[in-house]
Design a protein around this ligand. Structure first.
Ligand code: ACO
Length: 431
C-alpha cells in the first residue's frame, strides 16, 4: 500500500474522503473504493466493468494500449515460439517455468487423469445427434462434480492440485467425445503415450477403421493455438469462474460456468461466428457489401473477429496467430479454399477502411484461430470447445489463486435500481 490517495468530494454535502490508491507491479493504479458506501452511502456504477478491477491476481497481465500480454511475466510471443501448452499450463498454475524434472512429473500427473468414468461417457447418449458440442461440454463438465468426491476438500493443497490435474486432463477427452457424438462415430480413448495436444488430435480424428497419422503441422499449430488462448486476465468467463467459485461451490461446477460464459459470440463463440460469417459472405465479391453492413448503425451485423474490449491497438495473440495461419495455409496448400479467400479479402479491405482503423477495430485472435481450425478440417461447431480446452488452465489457475487468497469474499455485486418504487398489492379483480 502506498500513501497515494484520491480525494472524493460530495458536491451536495461538501463531505470529502481520501481513498487509498493501490499500485500493482504493472498497469494502472487502482483506487480502493470499499469504504465509499460506508462513508458516503453511494455505490459505484460501471456497466461492463470498463474501469473496475474485480480482484487482485498475479497470473496474467494485459496492456491493451500497447498490445502486451504476459503470462507470469513472460511475453506471449516468446511462449508461443519456444514453449509448449503443457509447459505454459505449469507456468500458469505454479507461477514459474518448470525444470525438466518438474515438467516430466507434471506431464505424468496430468496424463494419469485423461480417462473419464465410463458412466460419464454414457451421458453423451442422452444428447440429440445435433446438440451443439458446447452444450454437451458444459453439461458433461458440470456432471464431473457428481463423480470426484474424493478430492473436494478445498482447504487441502493436495486436493486442490488433484482437481487442477483432473480438469486439465479430462477436458480434451470430453471435447473429443462431444465431437464424436456429433459425428456419430465411436469414442476414441485417450492414448497416454501421446503428448497432450497430439492426444487431442488422435481422439478427435482417428477412427477404428484405418490408421491415423498425426500431422506435425497440425499438432504444432494446435499447440500454439492452445498456448495463445490459455489465459486472458479477467475476461467474462474467468470472471464467471471466480464469481461462481467465490461461493465455495464444487470446482467442476465452477469450470462449467466458465464454459457457459465462453460460448457467447461476443467471447469464445466468436471463432465459430467468424466462420459462419465468412460462409454467409460466401464470395470475395460480397466483401464490400458486408463491410457496409458492419458500418451501418441500423444494421445489427458486426464483423465477427474484429475489435476487442481491451486491445485497442492490436491483439498480440492475433499477430502470432496470423503468422501461424499464413504458414498453415501455405503448408497445407489450401489457398484455393473460397472461405479462406473471403477471410483474406475481408482482412485486407477492413484494414484499409477508416471506419475500422479509426475505431481501432483490428482482427482479434479469434479471426485467425477460426481460419486455422477451418484449414485443419475442424467443423465450425468445434472451434469454441477447442478454445475451452485451452482456457481451462486459465480458469483453474485463477480458481486456485482465488480460493487460497486470505481476502476471499463471496462475490456480491450491487445495482442501480431503476424499477418501480414501493406500491401496494392490488386484488386481481380490480386491476
Ligand atoms: N464490427 C463493426 N463495428 C464494431 C465492431 C465490429 N466487430 N466492434 C465494435 N464496433 C463499433 C461499435 O459499433 C462502436 O461504434 P460507435 O462508437 O460508433 O458506437 C465502437 O466500435 C465500439 O464498440 P463497443 O461495442 O463499444 O466495444 P466493446 O469494447 O464493448 O466490444 C467486442 C468489444 C465485444 C469484442 C466487439 O468489438 C465485438 O462485438 N466484436 C465482434 C465479436 C468478437 O470478435 N468477439 C471476440 C473478442 S476476443 C475473445 O473473446 C477471445
Amino acid at each position: 500500500m502506498t500513501s497515494r490517495t484520491v480525494t472524493v468530494t460530495d458536491n451536495t454535502t461538501g463531505k470529502r474522503i481520501e481513498m487509498p490508491v493501490r499500485e500493482g507491479t504493472h498497469g494502472p493504479p487502482v483506487v480502493e473504493i470499499k469504504d465509499l458506501y460506508k462513508e458516503f452511502g453511494y455505490f459505484t456504477y460501471d456497466a461492463g466493468f470498463t474501469s473496475t478491477a474485480s480482484c487482485r491476481s498475479d497470473i496474467t497481465f494485459i496492456d491493451g494500449e500497447n498490445g502486451i500480454l504476459l503470462y507470469r511475466g513472460y511475453p506471449i510471443e516468446q511462449l508461443a515460439e519456444h514453449s509448449s501448452f503443457l509447459e505454459v499450463s505449469y507456468l500458469l498454475l505454479h507461477g514459474e517455468l518448470p525444470t525438466r524434472e518438474e515438467l516430466d512429473a507434471f506431464n505424468q500427473a496430468v496424463t494419469e487423469h485423461t480417462m473419464i468414468n465410463e458412466s460419464l461417457k454414457e451421458f453423451f447418449d442422452g444428447f440429440h445427434y445435433d446438440a451443439h458440442p458446447m452444450a454437451m461440454l458444459t453439461g458433461v463438465v458440470a456432471s464431473l462434480s457428481a463423480f470426484y468426491h474424493d478430492a473436494i476438500n478445498l482447504g487441502d493443497p493436495g486436493n486442490r492440485m488433484l482437481t487442477c490435474h483432473r480438469v486439465l486432463a479430462k477436458m480434451p477427452t470430453i471435447a473429443a467425445a462431444a465431437y464424436k457424438h456429433m459425428m456419430g462415430e465411436p469414442f476414441v480413448y485417450p492414448l497416454n503415450r501421446l503428448y497432450h495436444t497430439e492426444n487431442l488430435l488422435n481422439m478427435l480424428f482417428s477412427r477404428p477403421t484405418e490408421p491415423y497419422e498425426i500431422n506435425p503441422i497440425h499438432a504444432r499449430a494446435l499447440d500454439q493455438l492452445l498456448i495463445l488462448h490459455a489465459d486472458h486476465e479477467q475476461n467474462a468467463s474467468a470472471a464467471t469462474v471466480r464469481l461462481t467459485s467465490s461461493t465455495g461451490t464444487n470446482p467442476f461446477a465452477s469450470i462449467a460456468s466458465g464454459c457457459a460464459a465462453l460460448w457467447g459470440p461476443a467471447h469464445g463463440g466468436a471463432n465459430e461466428a467468424v466462420l459462419n460469417m465468412l460462409h454467409e459472405i460466401g464470395d470475395v465479391s460480397q466483401v464490400p457489401r458486408y463491410l457496409e453492413k458492419a458500418k451501418d448503425k441500423d444494421d445489427p451485423f458486426r464483423l465477427m473477429g474484429f475489435g476487442h474490449r481491451v486491445y485497442k491497438n492490436f491483439d498480440p495473440r492475433a499477430k502470432v496467430m496470423k503468422q501461424s495461419a499464413d504458414e498453415v495455409l501455405e503448408l497445407l496448400g489450401v489457398e484455393n479454399n473460397p472461405t479462406l479467400q473471403v477471410a483474406k479479402e475481408l482482412e485486407k479491405q477492413a484494414l484499409a477502411d477508416p471506419y475500422f482503423t479509426d475505431k481501432k477495430l483490428f482482427p482479434n485472435v479469434d479471426f485467425y484461430s477460426g481460419i486455422i481450425l477451418e484449414a485443419m478440417g475442424f467443423p465450425t461447431a468445434m472451434f469454441t470447445p477447442i478454445f475451452a480446452v485451452s482456457r481451462t488452465i486459465g480458469w483453474i489457475s485463477q480458481w486456485k489463486e482465488m480460493i487460497t487468497d486470505p481476502q476471499l469474499k463471496i462475490g456480491r455485486p450491487r445495482q442501480l435500481y431503476q424499477g418501480v418504487t414501493l406500491r401496494d398489492y392490488t386484488d386481481i379483480e380490480t386491476r
